[in-house]
Design a protein around this ligand. Sequence first.
Ligand code: NAG
Ligand code: NAG
Ligand code: NAG
Ligand code: NAG
Length: 296
Amino acid sequence: MFLLLLLLLLTPIIAQTTSSKRGLVHIASGGHPSDDSIWITPPTTLTWYYNYNSRPTSSLSSGNLSFVPMLWGDHNNTFVEDVRGQEDVKWVLSFNEPDMGSNVGGSDITPVRAAELWKRDIEPLKGVGKELGAPAVSGSSTGMSWLKDFFNECDGCSVDFIPIHWYGNFEGLASHIGEVRAAFPNKTIWVTEFGWADQPLAPTQNFFNTTLKYLDRLDYVTHYSWFGSFRSDVSNVGPNGAMLNSDGEVTDIGAWYLGRQGKGIKPNTGNSAARIRRGDWVLWGIVYFIISLRAL
Ligand SMILES: *[C@@H]1O[C@H](CO)[C@@H](O)[C@H](O)[C@H]1NC(C)=O
Ligand SMILES: *[C@@H]1O[C@H](CO)[C@@H](O)[C@H](O)[C@H]1NC(C)=O
Ligand SMILES: *[C@@H]1O[C@H](CO)[C@@H](O)[C@H](O)[C@H]1NC(C)=O
Ligand SMILES: *[C@@H]1O[C@H](CO)[C@@H](O)[C@H](O)[C@H]1NC(C)=O
């Protein structure tokens, strides 16, 4: 009885500080490969990652993160063979935002074509014990209708979980999850990209905390990955959701996500932006010098 009471008292505390659901959308940092060591240095709450690719990221391989391969789009890259060769892989992601144009990072595929590709590149992996993620549609209104069309086309396809994306406020995310849950009541949900894009810092941090508590509580949301794992100066969703500032220091959101204490590092701090501006002046100086020479 006493033990049970102790367990009941401890459970919520444990649930707040660690999360087996938490993962990384890994975005390679071209100019700063050493940033990758941040994600695999203990302590960390992260348990899995994906990188929009079929093969693991070598700089993350010494960590304890489970790799989740992704087909991404309509390109023949021997996906089935690649993934079959990776025995540790348990889950597979299929298409990335197929309902969106390639100009905004989508893989731009019709539900009919996606169903064909699913049967060729994804379904065979069910036979070797992998769990399969539905196409990860965007959070816009086109997403759900694309997904319903896909399910109508992909007759007999074995979808195990539904990945979703969201870039709006908390109420919108909660309602979107409700809509997905209502449409696919027997599937678990992964939130594989989320954030509240282009907001000031305080609302971004409040969104972050509220959303993570909510996702940790929903038992049918089994995985989530915050967007994102990059420096604030290269973010395409505004600087304030970035887990690193422009010098590669871990921001508060980055620290909280990893289960560490925030050190008050703001996303808009760091010298890289200033260095880029100085670099521009040097470049213009050279251009001006060349033009002056030609004028002589
Ligand atoms: C991997 O997990 C083990 C056991 O939990 C832990 O001792 C080790 O520090 C972890 N290694 C890394 C790189 O996270
Ligand atoms: C990939 O493309 C090559 C060349 O077009 C073709 O021979 C091969 O069968 C394709 N693989 C799959 C899995 O369709
Ligand atoms: C969900 O699963 C239950 C029990 O396995 C089944 O009876 C029901 O038809 C399923 N619903 C959907 C929408 O697949
Ligand atoms: C968010 O949660 C962290 C703990 O994870 C806490 O330290 C921080 O004060 C919270 N911030 C806000 C803005 O609620």
